[in-house]
Structures are given as C-alpha cells and as structure tokens.
Design a protein around this ligand. Sequence first.
Ligand code: IPD
Ligand code: CA
Length: 282
Amino acid sequence: MPDPVDLRDLALAIAREVVPELRRRAGDVNVSATKSTATDLVTEVDCWAEEYIVARILDARPDDAVLAEEGAGVAGTSGVRWLVDPIDGTTNFVYKHPGFSVSIGIEVDNRPVAGVVIDPLLGDEFCAAHGQGTTRNGRPVWVNSVTDPAAALVATGFGYDPERRRQQAEALVTILPQVRDVRRVGGAALDLASVSCGRVDAYFEWGLSPWDCSAGSVLVTEAGGVITLFRTTASSSVSPVMVTEEEVSTNWPDDLIMLATNRDLTTPLTELLLEAGTLSGP
Ligand code: IPD
Ligand code: CA
C-alpha cells in the first residue's frame, strides 16, 4: 500500500501551487455557469484549479484514479483514488468571504487515508495521514472534548435544491434551541477542518458529495473525532440507518448524512438529528 504520508505530502505540494491564484482572484471573478440550480455557482477559476490539480496528480501518479467536482474523472489501476474539490465554498470565493478552500482527499482501496484542506484567505493548512494525526500549519490539533449537546457549537451546511433547503431549515427549528449555537460558514471541507481543530464541536450535513468531505473526514478521524454516515430512512423509523465509508466510496448515495464530532457527542447528536427529522429525509 502506498504510504499515506507520501500521498498527503504530494497533495499538500499540489494544493499549495494553486493557492496564490485563488487568493488573487477571490472576489474578482465572474460566475461562468451554474450547475444543479441557479445558486450552485462555477467560475473559470474553479475550472482552472481543477485542471491544474488533476494534471499534477496524474503526472506524479499516472495509475491513480481521480474524481473532481467540476467533472474530471479518471479511472485508475493502483487502488488509489484522489477526490478533488478545487474550490469548496465557491459562493464564498465569489464574494471573497472567508470559508472557501482547496480540498484534496485520498482513498486507498476505498478507505480515506489522507487529506489536505487549505484556506487561502486565513492562510491555514490542515493536513492528515492515516495513523499520523492532524496538523494545522504543522502543529497537531485535536477535536474538542465537550460532552453536553447543550454546550456544543454545531456547524452545518445547506444543499442547492430549494426543497432540500426548506427541510434543512425546518430541522434547525428543533436543533438550534438545544445546542449552544449553529454556524453556517459555507464550505464543508473547512467545516470538517473546524471540527478537527476544535473551532466548532460538531458538524452535520445532508446531501454532501464525495469531493466536499473526503479530505475533511480524514482530518476529523485523525484528530480523535468520529465520522458517522447515515442514509435517510422512512419517517416512522426510530433507528438511524448507518453506512460505512467503504460502502459509500463505491456507491455514493444522494441522501447521505454526515455527522462529525467527538466520541461522547456522537450518540446525543445522532438522537437530536433523529428528533429533528434530519435522518428521515423527505
Ligand atoms: C458546497 C459547500 C457548502 C455545502 C454544500 C456544498 P461548493 O460546496 O461545501 O458549504 O453546504 O453542500 O455543495 O459547491 O461550494 O463546492
Ligand atoms: Ca464542494
């Protein structure tokens, strides 16, 4: 198996190469297209960064597979797969609002083993490799040890589909009064990075894509946190339907819900998501 540390270091080197351009163009770019809905933006910089990153990966490791947000997809033979979000939080990027990042995750045999998330505006580099912990700008970081959901700062995100957004907002009516507060920064990769370094206590979102959360999920687990993956289930059900990282890697479900937090908060926050109807879906 390739060394996760070598994969992480390659991801970091490549991500660093696109960061100056992202910093330079933030807030100074036209929206070139929309994707799933009118609010799902793409700019020429998303496309440029993706092309650059994918070319660099394949140059260094021609037998690996790549899956990237703006459409690049390459099948590989090595068992290594790269999941690339060239700009996670594109809306923030368009406004030069903090909360966008470059996110590169790496799986070996369908298991996430390394991840890098760089925040160009704040200059934060989050890195993790299996068994090696998580670092922020080279220093080890850990998830928080809060045990009471009422004292938890909980991040979340909203999808682009208006009906799904309505349901996500409705769930917050139950969740918000029962936690310390809620944060919606607008970038899933940085939300997960925030859990890994204790900048928030938990993060959950319904409807993520693999490139949004691949790198961030390694940041969380290597920082001592727990990633729990659910499928939505019939609203009458009282028990959550859990799935594994390997299962979703080979067949990514549109209704996936991710919860990232510390070991002690996992059960109470799962119960809160159930009560809020988040695990019930439409
Ligand atoms: C989005 C962001 C957002 C999350 C959405 C993602 P994009 O990614 O991560 O925070 O709530 O689910 O799709 O489209 O800005 O790369
Ligand atoms: Ca994204």
